[in-house]
Design a protein around this ligand. Sequence first.
Ligand SMILES: Nc1ncnc2c1ncn2[C@@H]1O[C@H](COP(=O)(O)OP(=O)(O)OP(=O)(O)O)[C@@H](O)[C@H]1O
Ligand SMILES: [Mg+2]
Length: 257
Amino acid sequence: MRTIVITSGKGGVGKSSVSINIGYALANRGEKVCLIDADFGLKNLDVMMGLENRVIYDLHDVVTNKCTLQQILVKDKRYDSLYLLPACKSLSLEEIDVNYMVQMVDQLQEQFDYILIDSPAGIEKGFQYATGLCKEAIVVVNLDVASLRDADRVIGLLLKQGITELQMLVNKYNSDDINQGRSLSLRDAHEILSIPLLGIVYDDHQMIEANNKGVPVYVDRKSLISLCFDRIAQRLEGIEVPFMKYKKKKLLDKLFR
Ligand SMILES: Nc1ncnc2c1ncn2[C@@H]1O[C@H](COP(=O)(O)OP(=O)(O)OP(=O)(O)O)[C@@H](O)[C@H]1O
Ligand SMILES: [Mg+2]
């Protein structure tokens, strides 16, 4: 059983997209996964997973004894072992006593192999609350100066909170941008952050379309991006898999499409 927070320095780098698709990839491996939406952004995980019509209760209802913790969990439409604990819309998560929240996470830990918490970015409200519930973190970055600079700050905050198991996930990876000098490289990211690389996810319009449709991109098992998440899930489980090279992308594209 592991509880992992997915966080970042700046907003919009892809934390929610990454949380959902890692959840899918782990569920596809037979793991029992609970995604906790601890962010207050406009686009919540329920919408991105196409589950918004199935959300009936939220954490506030549990706190006020209107329902049980089990009743707020929403089962995914595609994987029976994947559940969502939706965002709390009626009150700010921080209004819930942190000890109460810790107890709820403890309870969930008995039932799930992985709890993935989609947290707000480091600069936003609620970040420390969400990260305080975990011992492990995935720091999502894009290969731009602002994202890496803010991620470096967030790593400092996480370390201060006692979260020492940190891994970096590079999202929206675009080798053309790297080759043309429009973005930094993986080496730069590693030099700046100096934490292990969990994986890379390509910059792909399919991700945006999937998010808008409420059907996670992972569902398209022929997509290259789905393979990226398979590899990330394997590495999380301690399996050594090579990092995909961009050159292979075109070849793989041809093979799969
Ligand atoms: N690999 C990717 N390729 C292309 N677009 C992506 C990728 N990952 C995420 N996006 C897009 O980037 C935008 C931000 O993604 P997302 O909402 O997941 O980020 P976030 O870090 O959770 O944002 P926030 O800080 O607002 O919560 C969305 O439009 C999403 O579709
Ligand atoms: Mg988000």
